[in-house]
Design a protein around this ligand. Structure first.
Ligand SMILES: C[S@@+](CC[C@H](N)C(=O)[O-])C[C@H]1O[C@@H](n2cnc3c(N)ncnc32)[C@H](O)[C@@H]1O
Length: 255
C-alpha cells in the first residue's frame, strides 16, 4: 500500500487514537502493576518510549517520581495533556522529555528503567538495541532494574487476519464516532526477526461516513535481548514475566 505514514508521525491517527487503541487492548492489562512492583515505594523510574503517558502518569499517581522520554512530538503532546489533568502532587512527580533512547544522557540515575509495550521492538535489533541497552545501564542506580517488554517471536511470525476487509478493532471514540482498525499488510522476515505491517485507521461518523482514513506503517524487530543486556553490564534478574499471551517483560539488573 503506497503512502503509508510512519506510526506516531505528526498528524497520524495512530498518535491521535493511541489511548483508544491501548484502552481496548486486554493484552496490556496489569502492566502498570508489574512495573510498580519492580521499584521501591516512592522511588524513581525512567520510562523509555513514554508515548501518551499511559504508564508515566499512572506510575506518578502511585507515588513514584517518573521521567518519560519519547522521540515523537505527537505522542509527547498527548502525554503533556494527560500530565496536565493529574492532581497537582502527581503532576509534580512526572517529567516529560523529548529524546532518543539510543542516545540519551539525562545526567542522573533511576531505581528502575522501563521500556514498555514493545518500544524496543520499534528499532532494529543491532547497533540500535546495543545503544538502547547502554542508555538503560547509564541511567540505572547500582542494583537498579531494567524492565523491557518485547513481543514473542512466534506471535510476530503469525499471518495477518484471514479476512482483511474486517476491522480488528471497532470502538467508539468521540460523540457518535467510531474508530476502526484494519490490518492491510503483514509480513515477517524470520532471518531478520522483522515484522512489517500496514495498519489502516478509519474514523466513521454516526451515519457511517468515513471522516478520516490513514494507512500507517508499523515495523517491529525481535531478537534475544539477553546478549545486548550483557554487553551493557546488565544481567537477567528473573525469568521473563509473561504479559497478555503475546509478549514478555524481561527484567535485568545492573551489577
Ligand atoms: C507502543 S508505544 C509505547 C508507549 C507507552 N510506553 C505505553 O506503554 O503505552 C512506543 C513508543 O516508543 C516511542 N519510540 C520509538 N522509538 C523511540 C526512540 N528511539 N526513542 C524514544 N522513544 C521512541 C514511540 O514514539 C512511541 O511513543
Amino acid at each position: 500500500m503506497a503512502k503509508a505514514k510512519p506510526y506516531y508521525a505528526p498528524g497520524s491517527l495512530s498518535a491521535a487514537h493511541y489511548d483508544a487503541v491501548t484502552a481496548a487492548d486486554a493484552r496490556l492489562a496489569g502492566d502498570v502493576d508489574i512495573y510498580a512492583a519492580l521499584a521501591p515505594a516512592g522511588g524513581s523510574i525512567l520510562e523509555l518510549g513514554a508515548g501518551s503517558g499511559r504508564l508515566t502518569c499512572g506510575l506518578a499517581l502511585r507515588g513514584f517520581d517518573v521521567t518519560g522520554v519519547d522521540i515523537a512530538p505527537a505522542m509527547l503532546a498527548q502525554a503533556e495533556m494527560r500530565r496536565a489533568a493529574l492532581p497537582e502532587d502527581a503532576a509534580a512527580r512526572c517529567r516529560l522529555v523529548r529524546g532518543d533512547m539510543t542516545a540519551l544522557k539525562l545526567g542522573r540515575t533511576f531505581d528502575l528503567v522501563i521500556c514498555p509495550f514493545f518500544t524496543l521492538a520499534h528499532i532494529p535489533a543491532g547497533a540500535a538495541w546495543r545503544n538502547a541497552f547502554a542508555s538503560m545501564a547509564w541511567h540505572l542506580a547500582p542494583s537498579g532494574l531494567a524492565a523491557v517488554h518485547l513481543p514473542r517471536r512466534e506471535i510476530m511470525a503469525m499471518p495477518g487476519p484471514s479476512r482483511p476487509e474486517l476491522p480488528v478493532l471497532d470502538v467508539p471514540v468521540e460523540t457518535g464516532r467510531r474508530l476502526r482498525l484494519y490490518v492491510r499488510e503483514r509480513s515477517f522476515r524470520d532471518d531478520l526477526g522483522k515484522l512489517e505491517q500496514v495498519l489502516e485507521y478509519e474514523v466513521v461518523d454516526a451515519a457511517g461516513r468515513v471522516v478520516a482514513r490513514s494507512p500507517e506503517r508499523l515495523t517491529y524487530w525481535m531478537a534475544d535481548p539477553a546478549p545486548f543486556a550483557e554487553v551493557a553490564g546488565l544481567t537477567a534478574d528473573r525469568s521473563p514475566v509473561p504479559l497478555g499471551g503475546v509478549g514478555d517483560i524481561w527484567v535485568f539488573r545492573r551489577g
